[in-house]
Design a protein around this ligand. Structure first.
Ligand code: ZN
Length: 250
């Protein structure tokens, strides 16, 4: 049986001389592992489409539970990511995250579009830490782990003159008037810009969730909160994330 899906290659393994296996992220079937015969040869017509982060229309032959790439037509190239070690490391972290969180053989809601937008934002010069934070927080929400960012969890205020706290352990907002250091546990007093950015990431349409302006201190706070929230939500660490972070502390 032949099936056709648009998808992005999120990992590639070469086995022996000619065996190439790719994991393709799709909306229709989650992650599909497919054999791409001869795709590591320089004259193969699958060479470009089977490359890491290739976004293509794949025509796949399915027999029993195995897929083989029959043909593929590139839609968009993210190959430029390979020219910059920091960008590549961040994209690899995103790929490891979606590979861990996306089941096989189950339809997904707009995951390909979300992943493509994230790669595009990395490639096109937006601050990498900002893209990372937006990916982590929005993806948490897409997976069902959205923090409550609408208003104070106690009194319902949308804002407070004395500020709003984020409680990372329970992923809630609490206003300074309701905040009680004794009972609320771990807390972070948010810069107004941080809260604005977090709300933008969660509540905007997908294509807008990476687009916001933020100054340095608030950006640091956002980065710290979003990473922690994502890792707590999925209960997993990622080698590519450790590598990405190590690049900035050499
Ligand atoms: Zn309150």
């Amino acid at each position: 049986m032949l099936v056709t899906y648009d998808g992005i290659v999120i990992s590639k393994r070469v086995v022996g001389e000619n065996g190439v296996y790719i994991d393709i992220l799709t909306d229709e079937q989650g992650i599909i592992e497919a054999a791409a015969h001869g795709a590591n040869k320089i004259n193969s017509n699958l060479l470009a489409s089977s490359a890491l982060f290739s976004y293509s229309t794949f025509c796949l032959k399915k027999s029993k539970l195995k897929y083989t790439v029959n043909s593929a037509k590139p839609k968009f190239s993210f190959h430029e990511l390979g020219n910059d070690i920091e960008k590549l490391a961040l994209a690899s972290y995103f790929a490891q995250a979606v590979k861990f969180c996306t089941p096989s053989e189950q339809p997904q809601d707009s995951i390909v579009r979300f992943f493509a937008i994230a790669l595009y934002e990395i490639m096109n010069g937006r601050s990498l830490d900002q893209v990372k934070a937006a990916f982590e927080l929005r993806y948490s929400a897409e997976l069902g782990f959205a923090p409550n960012l609408i208003s104070c969890d106690n009194c319902g205020s949308y804002e407070c003159e004395r500020g709003m706290y984020f409680l990372p352990e329970t992923a809630r907002l609490i206003c300074a008037d309701c905040f009680n250091e004794k009972f609320d546990g771990e807390h972070e007093l948010l810069f107004p810009e941080t809260l604005f950015a977090m709300r933008n990431i969660i509540f905007s349409p997908l294509e807008r969730c990476f687009k916001f302006d933020i100054r340095e201190n608030a950006a640091k706070q956002l980065s710290h909160i979003c990473e922690k929230h994502f890792l707590n939500s999925v209960e997993k660490g990622f080698p590519a994330l450790n590598y990405y972070k190590s690049l900035f502390f050499r």
